[in-house]
Design a protein around this ligand. Structure first.
Ligand SMILES: Cc1ncc(COP(=O)(O)O)c(C=O)c1O
Length: 458
């Protein structure tokens, strides 16, 4: 079988295949926002489409390509592994390479996170973390944050703070309570009865890129200690260098009881994740030989994912990508804040490292304000397409809208980006913002037409 030729020959059928057999609604979305590019390859921070045009990837597959796409070190390691006929997933044995990756993760983790359980995804990591906390504390209640995103399986959805994902799935797990993010008084009220198993939190919230005040996580740590609650840090997106520290909790010197990673751990090439926990938690879950599979999965420790994980950690360290994320993040944040001063539609730029949100808000000048209000009355979610669509169409830059109703564009560039790429993004965004400040103008008309099409499809 020659799969490379197969894909090459049938590349033009991609959207037809997805329309028929995968997700036709998604294909329609790609069509209306002009994102159908039929990509044929990717390297580092760049994708190449079927026409040979390059696209700068400021989305990184939702944050999996921290080390860039198809990093040569990970690719080489995977080739070598396959050629060595690895004894993957014997199951009634323990694989060496899983032990090596676990050792490597423990060595970079903050504090005493000494036990590792491997998963296949972020949501699976969250499911496991919730189970671990419940078993370790013998309590069942969980506190989570409004606007939180922890994945879309049923347990993870029970601690998801976004109504649009929860609806049609309720009732979810009992005993899960939402508190506002960054509100310590609300957190204390929720934990105060001393019957909560875990408080699960993203150190920076991915939906909208919300950064907490500096005392939030350290105080949350103290509250969890006071009320016997496990602190679960969901670092599925923030972990492994994304925010300019290996783990985002390090910005505040906080050591959680359980830390979940996934996305970037294999360099984006093989699904993988891990739950890191303190020894006492792990040993309360796996507390006898009978219970050695008290939590388990089939593919979690597969040799290819483990090898890719070791290789990706090696690249993060040897190329100093965590430091680079901090430096490039500061550079982009400074450039973006300059644009915020220039353009009244930009309300705030926030983030850490290379996880950045650009929030828009109602402008003060009369004509723009009219346009803003009119568009929002048609569709509360659509404004940001006025930014992401021309970035793609005219400048070949892939970005995303940061969540429903937030008026925020999010960027998650690979940590390997260069100054020239950051500058290209800033100058392209400058031009797109200039166009968006002309009302009436082409950008507003295009977005209004998109709102009309969306309304018709609903
Ligand atoms: C913070 C966080 N947790 C969990 C998840 C779920 O991960 P997955 O999509 O791999 O299930 C995500 C995915 O975006 C995430 O950002």
């Amino acid at each position: 079988m020659d799969v490379v030729s197969l894909v090459k020959n049938r590349l033009s059928e991609t959207y037809d295949l997805h329309g028929r057999c995968v997700n036709p609604q998604f294909v329609r979305v790609l069509e209306v926002i002009g994102f159908k590019r039929n990509y044929k390859s990717g390297k580092g921070a760049w994708l190449v489409d079927a026409k040979g045009e390059r696209v700068l990837d400021f989305l990184s597959g939702f944050g999996v390509f921290n080390i860039g796409r198809n990093h040569p070190v990970v690719v080489k390691v995977l080739h070598e592994m396959l050629e060595s006929d690895p004894p993957s997933m014997v199951q009634m044995d323990a694989g060496c390479i899983a032990g090596l990756l676990a050792e490597a993760l423990v060595s970079i983790a903050p504090g005493e996170l000494e036990s590792v359980f491997f998963t296949n995804s972020g949501a699976e990591g969250v499911e496991g973390a919730l189970k671990f906390a419940r078993q370790a504390t013998r309590r069942h209640k969980i506190v989570f944050c409004e606007r939180a995103f922890h994945g879309l399986t049923l347990g993870a959805l029970s601690v998801n703070g976004n109504a649009e994902f929860r609806e049609r799935n309720e009732p979810l797990l009992p005993g899960c309570t939402a508190v506002p993010f960054n509100d310590l008084a609300a957190l204390e009220r929720a934990l105060g009865d001393g019957d909560v198993a875990a408080f699960i939190v993203e150190p920076l919230q991915g939906k909208g890129v919300f950064v907490p005040d500096n005392d939030y996580l350290p105080e949350a740590r103290r509250l969890c200690d006071r009320y016997g609650t496990c602190l679960i840090a969901d670092e599925v997106q923030t972990g492994l260098g994304r925010t300019g520290r290996m783990f985002a909790v390090e910005h505040w010197d906080v050591v959680p009881d359980i830390l979940v990673v996934s996305k970037a751990l294999s360099g984006g090439l093989i699904p993988v994740g891990a739950i890191l926990s303190k020894r006492w938690i792990h040993s309360r879950v796996f507390d006898s030989m009978d219970r050695c599979f008290a939590h388990s999965n089939t593919f979690g420790q597969n040799d290819l994912a483990m090898a890719a994980g070791l290789a990706a950690l090696h690249v993060l360290e040897s190329e100093h990508l965590v430091r680079r994320a901090a430096e490039m993040g500061d550079y982009l944040l400074t450039g973006l804040r300059r644009l915020a001063e220039k353009y009244e539609l930009v309300r705030e730029v926030r983030g850490k490292g290379l996880m950045i949100g650009i929030q828009f808000g109602e402008p003060s000048s009369f004509t723009l304000k009219t346009g803003w209000k009119f568009l929002h009355s048609m569709n509360a979610d659509i404004f940001c397409q006025m930014i992401t669509m021309p970035l793609m169409e005219h400048y070949g830059i892939l970005t995303q809208v940061a969540g429903h109703g937030l008026d925020t564009v999010k960027i998650l560039p690979p940590l390997v980006i260069e100054r020239t790429e950051a500058d290209y993004f800033l100058s392209s965004l400058d031009a797109v913002l200039a166009e968006a400040h002309r009302f009436p103008g082409a950008a507003w008309t295009t977005t209004k037409n998109l709102a009309l099409r969306t309304a018709r499809s609903a």
